[in-house]
Design a protein around this ligand. Sequence first.
Ligand SMILES: O=C(O)CCC(=O)C(=O)O
Length: 256
Amino acid sequence: MRVGTQAFIEQLRTDGYVVLPDLVGPSELDRIKRQLAPHLASAPFGRNDFEGLRSQRLYALLAKAPAVVDLVIHPEVLAVLDELLEPSYLLSANIAINVHPGETAQMLHADDGFCALPRPRRALGVSAIWAIDDFTDTNGATEILPGSHLFGGEVVAPDDARIRTIEMSAGSVVVFCGTTLHRGGANYSNDTRLGITPQYCDGWIRQIENMALAIPPRIASSLPPRAQDLLYGIYPPFIGYVDGRDPRRLLDGPSG
Ligand SMILES: O=C(O)CCC(=O)C(=O)O
């Protein structure tokens, strides 16, 4: 299904998510994996059930693996964001999640749930989860409850029959509303499952990761201007200024 077509928008509005298959190829995936490898070699397992006691997480990802920027600013994904969010949206978090064999399913949650505003409401964020390895029904693929972006406070059982496993080949991405209930699945296989999740939010909301410290200007300066916008952009007319000026003026390069 092509981004922006009527059928595409219909699915997004009805189900609260879409899968965009095979957007990046093997050589780009290899480049990303090579940059992540030294970090994954020493990353600890998660500190709680949410992070995953058998999962590794890498935060501040653009400072560790700059090749990930191609996922963060992928035009097809940004086209979905343009359908769902106000202009001037920001990158809120950007995490690599390596789910090891033996990991159990995460709790169902909504990524913009930290915005404690009553539901149902429009999504204040949008998340993408990129399959860096194939996501299968046994290796911990993301699971989603279709239509849950429209829920109020409904309680959903962890084994609700409506929950779908998002099987997709490496290089594909699932994009979903910040209000859509989802979780990382259990890994019953013998292999790890690597995913990367850039999460975006409206520009007036505080980013989950403190991007000014996680990806400081010396690193942001070498990223493409679109990525700089997503890290440091101003929400009009002036939310986010530094000393009264657009922070992108502090960066070297084309935007500086
Ligand atoms: O790794 C996944 O498939 C989902 C992870 C997730 O939803 C999260 O940690 O917020």
